[in-house]
Design a protein around this ligand. Sequence first.
Ligand code: HEC
Length: 119
Amino acid sequence: MCPELPKPALRCVAIFASLLLIADSGAARAAGDIKAGREKALMCQACHGIDGMSKVPEAPNIAGQPEPYLAAQLQAFKSGARRNDAMSVVVQTLSEKDIDDLAAYFSAIEVKVIKLPGQ
Ligand code: HEC
């Protein structure tokens, strides 16, 4: 792989580093852009809030949910596998990248449980 490197140990490091790069570029492709997601989230805020916390009784909190879960739900609304009067309409305008960016943004919101009930 790197025949010009003098020592086998260095070769190992070089191979390991290139494997990390490959793994990293894969992750970067799959993950959305949080900043772009925040801008796109303006179209979600009436119901889910820019903070991902529900603003209407019908809508769930989506802050801090796992990114793959959020992306999968948006894709399901888009494909029709999951239906809802509001969401099925909203997602029609979203591209795959929009979905990834929105999932990245809402999942990156930090949520903390302050109090458990019944204590
Ligand atoms: C008009 C109100 C409204 C708007 C605007 C809206 N949503 Fe929703 N959203 C809902 C409702 C209502 C549900 C619950 C759907 C159901 O009961 O299946 C929902 C569900 C979801 C879910 C599934 C959550 C879960 O726990 O399964 C996600 C993810 C989601 N919305 C993301 C978004 C995103 C991202 C946007 C902006 C692009 C957006 N929504 C805009 C009303 C809205």
